[in-house]
Design a protein around this ligand. Structure first.
Ligand SMILES: Nc1ncnc2c1ncn2[C@@H]1O[C@H](COP(=O)(O)OP(=O)(O)O)[C@@H](O)[C@H]1O
Ligand SMILES: CC(=O)OP(=O)(O)O
Ligand SMILES: [Mg+2]
Length: 382
């Protein structure tokens, strides 16, 4: 049977799915999560079989090899004729999926410094897939594409204009997830699909998107995947004066600052314990509670900002690992937001129902599916 494979390398996980090349639901799917910790774990779902195996310390390269091995073992009789890749940064040029030719790969490598937790792993995944499946079509699907036509005021910084022309712009990320959620809303809630929606994608990376009539008009992430909300290990929005202070008074160079802002900050930095929300919720130390308080405070603040640019709020959607699974985080984000028409239904929230509100604005939980967005693009290319 001819099949296609999707690969979605996030900052703490690699998710994968295998679909029939023509049509139909996933034949197999799974993920390796907690990449970068000592507690990596692979989950593989095939038919009605599910296996979960601890794999110990694992990095992105090891995780990818493991996934290719598992697929080889479980799907011996399938021929992979195409591979679809989530590529976090598509820069200013790519607003739609692309075949990953050598020229496109060279262009995409230029964006590695803008997304160091993702782009190198995304491109390494492409190279690994090219060598494992040399005859397969390789398609790249970009996180930035969903935002490419957002308004200029949300695309620029207030810097001299030459920097905008050089590509110093607010790109926005998590676009495959926003694309999926927008499509899902169109299927289940016509009013929401044409209304004022804020989607909070809360995973190890986190961002929010203001969506009007199905189109991105603003996002918390900007030039790189650092801006906006605090994340597992990333700072989120930071006064640029802090960078000047670190350089001038701490003598830090760009490599040290990159490490600090991408790998040592966010929930990990504030808690001194972990980047993983499950661990923080269970820990209950004063520092982990403060980290959670800062996280939800910033989400509420950005929710107000997103509602302001939308001219109000009809629908709030939670997705991503934290958004889909943490009753507590959703409750803390919605607390005090009655002024926006948000009234949480605690019982529905605890049961992770698809609608968790009773007020004027509808609050939804939509499990995101970046893989199906990639698979649709690959099928279109095939
Ligand atoms: N049941 C849960 N409760 C709280 N947080 C959870 C739960 N399940 C997963 N998470 C959190 O989701 C985050 C990972 O989200 P995910 O979207 O898979 O990450 P990535 O950014 O790597 O794609 C981690 O912080 C993890 O702790
Ligand atoms: C862009 C980004 O931060 O992605 P992820 O949440 O998958 O790490
Ligand atoms: Mg993700």
């Amino acid at each position: 049977m001819s099949v296609l494979l999707t690969l979605n390398a996030g900052s703490s996980s690699i998710k994968f799915s295998v679909y029939p090349a023509g049509d139909g639901a996933a034949l197999a799917h799974g993920q390796i999560e907690r990449i970068g910790s000592d507690e990596g774990r692979i989950e593989f779902n095939h038919g009605n079989q599910q296996t979960r195996t601890d794999v110990g310390p694992v990095d992105h390269a090891g995780a990818l090899n493991r996934i290719l091995d598992e697929i080889g073992t479980h799907l011996k009789r399938s021929k992979i004729i195409a591979v679809g890749h989530r590529i976090v940064h598509g820069g200013p040029d790519f607003d739609a999926p692309q075949q990953l030719t050598p020229e496109v790969m060279t262009r995409l490598a230029e964006f590695e410094p803008l997304a160091p937790l993702h782009q190198p792993h995304n491109l390494a995944g492409v190279r690994a897939a090219m060598s494992a499946f040399p005859d397969a079509l390789q398609i790249g699907c970009f996180d930035t594409a969903f935002h490419r036509h957002h308004p200029w005021v949300n695309d620029t910084f207030a810097l001299p204009r030459k920097y905008y022309d050089q590509g110093v712009r607010r790109y926005g990320f998590h676009g495959l997830s926003y694309d999926f959620v927008t499509g899902r809303l169109a299927e289940i809630d016509h009013h929401a699909a044409h209304g004022r929606t804020v989607v909070a994608h809360l995973g190890n990376g986190a961002s929010m998107c203001a969506i009007l009539d199905g189109k991105s008009i603003g996002s918390t992430m900007g030039f790189s995947a650092l801006d906006g909300l605090p994340m597992g290990t990333r700072s989120g929005q930071l006064d640029p004066g802090v960078l000047l202070y670190l350089m001038d008074h701490e003598g830090m160079d760009s490599t040290q600052i990159t490490n600090l802002l991408y790998k040592e900050s966010g929930l990990l930095g504030l808690s001194g314990l972990s980047n993983d929300m499950r661990t923080l919720q269970e820990a209950g130390t004063p520092e982990s509670e403060q980290a959670i308080a800062y996280y939800t405070f910033r989400i509420r603040r950005e929710l107000g900002a997103m509602a302001a640019i939308l001219g109000g709020l009809d629908t709030l959607v939670f997705c991503g690992g934290i958004g889909e699974h943490s009753t507590r985080i959703r409750a803390e984000v919605c607390k005090g937001m009655e002024w926006l028409g948000i009234q949480l239904d605690p019982a529905a929230n605890a049961m992770h129902l698809s609608v968790i509100s009773t007020g004027r604005a509808t609050v939804r939980v939509i499990p995101t599916d970046e893989e199906i967005v990639i698979a649709r693009a690959v099928r279109a290319a095939l």
